[in-house]
Design a protein around this ligand. Sequence first.
Ligand code: HEM
Length: 547
Amino acid sequence: FVPSSDAWSGFLVEAQKIFPTSTARLALLALVNIPVIAIVLNVLRQLILPRDRSLPPEVFHWIPFFGSAASYGNDPINFLTSCQKKYGDVFTFILLGRKMTVALGSKGNNFILGGKLANLSAEDAYTHLTTPVFGKDVAYDCPNEKLMEQKKFIKVGLSADNFRTYVGMVEDEVLDFMNRDPSFRTYQMNDINEWGQFDALTVLAEMTILTAARTLQGKEVRSSMDKTYAALFSDLDGGFTPLNFMFPNLPLESYRKRDRAQKKLSDFYVGIINARREGRSNNDETDIIAALMTQTYRNGNALPDHEIAHIMIALLMAGQHTSSTTGAWTLLHLAANPDVAESLYQEQVTRFSNPDGSLRSPTYDELRTLPVLDAVIRETLRLHSPIHSIMRKVRADLVVPPTLAAPSKDGQYIIPEGYFVLASPTVSQVDPKIWYNATQWDPSRWNDIDGEAAKAFKQYTDENGEKVDYGFGAVSKGTESPYQPFGAGRHRCVGEQFAYLQLGTLITTVVRQIELRIDAVPAPNFHTMITMPKQPRMINYRRRKFA
Ligand code: HEM
C-alpha cells in the first residue's frame, strides 16, 4: 500500500482532525503501514535469514499468507514447471497460509501417492470441501479403512457384467440427445451439406450426466433428470469450487444453496432405497444403489441408508466433471485433427459394419479392443488430466528420500507435520524429458509398442507387475509411472473402467453420426476444480452421409 503524495497529505490532514495527539497519529501511521512492514519482513526473512536446511526450498513470494496463490491459481502447470526449473523436484510454496510441499516427476508421484497412511492423509486435506457436498460418514468423513471398504462396495457395482448392459444404454442416451437437443438442430434436419455448431463442454456435460444417470445412478434418478434433480445437482456443484476449497464456510448464498441441495438429494436417494426395500420399486437393477444395498462392512453391519445416499452423491461428483471435461477435450482435438477423427470412424466401419452398410453397436468386450479409440482417450487424458493437483496433509514428519531430493550429499529434507504435500502427475505427463513432442496431442505415440507411452502405460496398469490390495481389491501399484490420470495407490480411482466405457461409447457414437471441425483447440481454464476448456469452444459439425 503506497499512496501518492497528494493523497497521503490529504489523508494526514483528515487524520489530524480525528487523531489530535501525536501518539494517536503514530499509532495510526503504524496501522496503515502494517501491510508494508509485513511485506518487507517477509522478503527479508526469505533473503537474509538463514534457512532451516532440513526444509525443502521455499518459493519466493512477496505477500505473506497470500504467497503464490495468484501464480498457482492462474496456471498451476506453468507455475509448477517453472518452480521445478528453479528449485528442483521438491519445493514448498505458500497458498493462502497453507504450506504446500510439491514433489514432481515419477519419483515425486511415487513419494506422495505411494506414501504411508501414518504420514499422509487425504481426509485431512479434502474433508472441508467434500463433506458438505457428499454428506456425512463417507469418503473423507470417515477413517481411511472405512473408505477402502466403501470403494470395495462400489467396485461390486462396477462389474464387467453390469458394464455389458451399459454400452447399449449409453449409446441410446447419446442418440436420443442428438435427436432432440437444440444444439443438434442441423443434424436433426437430416441435411448432409449444412454445418451446425455446438458448445463442446455444455453438450458433453449433458451427455455425461444423462448416461451416468441411466447406468450407475439408476432408473429413478434418470427419470427425475429433467425435473428437480438437475437443479439440485447444479446447486451442489456451485459448492464444489476452489473458493469452497480455500474457505469452507463463508456466509454466501452459494454455500447455503449447497447445504440445502445436499439435504434434498440425500433424502431423494434415501427415498429410492426405501421404495426398493419395501418392494414399491424393483431392486433387480444393474446400478450402484442395487449393489450397495447388498453389502456389509467387515464388522457385519449393512450400509446405513444415508451412507448409500452419500456414496451415490460422491460418485456423481467424482465422475461428472472428470468424464465430461475429458469428453469435451477429446471432441475438440478430434475436430482440430480431422485425419484422426477419420481413422477413428474407419475403425468403427471396419469392425462393426452390417452387410447393408449400417453400423451395429459394439459389445463391451469389443469396445476394449479398439486401438485408435484407446489411443485417442489415453492421449487426451495425458494432456488434459482433469485433476492437476492431488493433495494430502502431513500427519507425521515425512523424510524425503535423498534419491528424490536432498539439501546436500549427506543431508535429507523433512516435511513437517501440518504441511500439505502436492503431487501433479499432469506435470510428469507433459515432461519433455520423457515424452517426445510432449505438448502435442498425438495419439499415434500410443501405437509405438517400444515408445515412452507404452512403457508408462505398462508401468501404470501392468497385469503381471506388482499389485497391492489397500482394501478394495488388488490394483496395479503404478505409483511410479509418469502417466497417472486416475491417480495411484490407495486413493486410485475406482471409476477408471467405467470412464473408458462411458467415454468410448459416447465418442464413437458421436463420431459415427457427425464430422467435426474447429480451427484451434481452446486453452485450459484452471479457475475451476477440474481443468476445463475455455470459451469459446464451439465445434462445427456436419451430419455424415450414412448416419
Ligand atoms: C479417485 C481421476 C472418473 C470415482 C480419483 C483420483 C483421480 C481420479 C486422479 C485420485 C484422487 C486422489 O488421489 O486424491 C478421474 C478421471 C476420471 C474419473 C480422470 C474420468 C476421466 C471417475 C468416475 C467415478 C470416479 C466415473 C465413479 C464412477 C472415484 C473414486 C475415487 C476416485 C470413488 C477414490 C477417491 C479416494 O480413494 O480418495 N479419480 N476419475 N472417478 N475417483 Fe475418479
